[in-house]
Ligand binder design. Structure first.
Ligand SMILES: Cc1cc2nc3c(=O)[nH]c(=O)nc-3n(C[C@H](O)[C@H](O)[C@H](O)COP(=O)(O)OP(=O)(O)OC[C@H]3O[C@@H](n4cnc5c(N)ncnc54)[C@H](O)[C@@H]3O)c2cc1C
Length: 447
């Protein structure tokens, strides 16, 4: 493996994660053609690892751009805006350690304050009666008390949570990418217990996308085929035939990293069909509805984030920790809130959000408003949602089943596959991509 700055930081991170696989993968004798479907973080990570071991992976990506749910908007404001993932979660996460090793000066901890609407005004979270205690209890689910079956609203009812705090339940479910009624407490408690990445959040300057672009996308450009939609995969023979809209590629191993809804909608057909245990797990897992609406104002009239509001799951103080000077507030909406806003249409929904902000900031929002930008992940082709969330239909072992390779030929990665609690995150996608690459290397080595 070469000793570029990226590699120097990668090796210790992953040696610690899975030492045995690492040892096996560093054998230099690999032969075979590997194709990766999807150039999101999972696919890019796997491709990077395979390339470092001397292979020449082919990455086929349906969109005209790489990086999937990591995307940014340029030239709309005086800073790039993260249309998808925005934070590195956890000071112990593999991805944080890898990026922080290379870009320490560009990564900063987000210590922003949170405010909650209270009788048409905003109160700091710590001054809102019962709010901090509620959020602490939710973070402890799975540790301190026996989780109950049902959804977050059932939990709130059974635990006598004050109705005045219910808007915070919707905010918290939004963080998990769904509505309170969709969030399955049992699955959530398990994920809470498995989470091992730490509780700090970090932002990147100029953007997370830029760091991934420099460290992963650029080195992989020669291997990347954009605008290639995989439609059919035939793995009945010794080699695998992959059909896109305009070519057939024959390879030895195939790694599939497409988002869950692509598998649920059966946008890709398989011969033979996927095993029934896998298709059942695919159908039980859930991906949430999610959108982000950026609002640009001609001056800053707020400070910190707003949680527990009515129209959006949260309002994020977007320019915080950025060198840009533009005043940008982003409405995040997940689950039912996203659906309601979409059904209203962009103009009406934006006006409703401005009206909510006006009520909290005495008319300042409409008087300083310049423009908005709407990013709806549920309508985004080849993605169709925000991220997978813990639901009541999920069964223990479903994530591992989704990740399980088939016949030493088909491998699976992506955030929804993470079997150890790092679902719905960039570092979860990163880790599954890495593990799939190691598995492929190991199987190429012995076959
Ligand atoms: C609004 C939003 C905010 C988020 N915020 C954060 C955050 O702050 N921190 C965090 O850690 N995570 C966050 N996430 C989650 C994070 O973005 C994802 O977990 C991660 O990017 C998923 O990576 P992936 O490789 O699994 O999937 P993806 O990034 O979805 O990549 C899969 C790729 O497969 C491609 N594809 C689909 N079908 C085909 C086909 N038939 N042929 C070829 N290619 C195909 C897709 O186009 C896509 O590029 C957020 C996500 C969203 C949407």
């Amino acid at each position: 493996m070469s000793s570029s700055p990226a590699n120097r930081f990668l090796a210790p991170v992953f040696q610690a994660l899975s030492p045995r696989l690492w040892e096996l993968s560093t054998s230099p004798y690999f032969q075979g053609q590997v194709l990766i479907v999807g150039a999101g973080l999972a696919g890019l990570t796997a491709a990077y690892m395979l390339k470092q071991q001397g292979l020449r992976p082919i990455i086929v990506e349906a969109k005209k751009r790489p990086a999937g749910r990591l995307a940014n908007l340029r030239n709309w404001a005086d800073m790039p805006l993260e249309l998808g993932a925005e934070w590195l979660h956890g000071q112990r996460s593999t991805l944080f350690r890898w990026l922080d090793g290379q870009y320490q000066n560009q990564i900063v901890e987000d210590e922003g304050e949170e405010f909650v609407p209270y009788k048409q005004q905003l109160r700091a979270l710590e001054d809102y009666p019962g709010a901090e205690v509620l959020l602490e209890r939710l973070n402890e689910l799975g540790y301190e008390e026996a989780p109950i079956k049902g959804n977050l609203l059932d939990w709130a009812e059974q635990n006598g949570i004050d109705q005045a705090l219910y808007p915070l339940l919707e905010y918290w479910a939004g963080e998990w990418g769904c509505s309170a009624k969709e969030l399955g407490i049992e699955a959530l408690a398990k994920i809470n217990r498995q989470w091992s990445s730490g509780d700090l959040d970090f932002k990147a300057e100029p953007s997370l996308y830029d760091l991934i672009d420099e460290s992963l996308i650029r080195p992989l450009r020669p291997y990347l085929q954009l605008g290639q939609v995989v439609k059919h995969i035939d793995y009945s023979g010794a080699q695998i035939k992959v059909f896109t809209q305009d070519q057939t590629i024959v390879v030895d191993k195939l790694l599939l990293t497409v988002p869950l809804p692509v598998l649920q909608k059966e946008s890709i057909s398989f011969a033979p069909s996927l095993p029934s245990a896998k298709t059942a797990a695919i159908q039980r897992l859930k991906m949430g509805d999610g959108l982000k609406i950026f609002f640009k104002f001609n001056r800053l009239f707020w400070s910190g984030d707003i949680i527990g509001a009515k129209m959006a799951s949260s309002y994020i103080d977007t320019q915080a920790y950025k060198s840009g000077k533009d005043a940008i507030l982003c409405a995040w909406a997940f689950g039912e809130k996203a659906e309601i806003l979409r059904n209203m249409g962009q103009e009406l929904a934006s006006r409703a959000i401005l009206a909510e902000l006006d009520s909290l900031y005495v008319g300042a929002a409409s008087s300083h408003f310049e423009k908005y930008y709407w990013q709806d992940w549920s309508q985004e082709e080849h993605i169709w949602g925000a991220y997978s969330y813990p639901s009541n239909s999920e069964q223990p072992g479903d994530r591992a089943e989704l990740q399980a390779p088939i016949d030493y030929k088909l491998y699976f990665a992506g955030e929804a596959c993470h079997p150890k609690g790092h679902i719905q995150s960039l570092h979860g996608a990163f880790e599954t991509g890495y593990e799939a690459a190691l598995q492929i290397l190991m199987d190429l080595n012995v076959s």
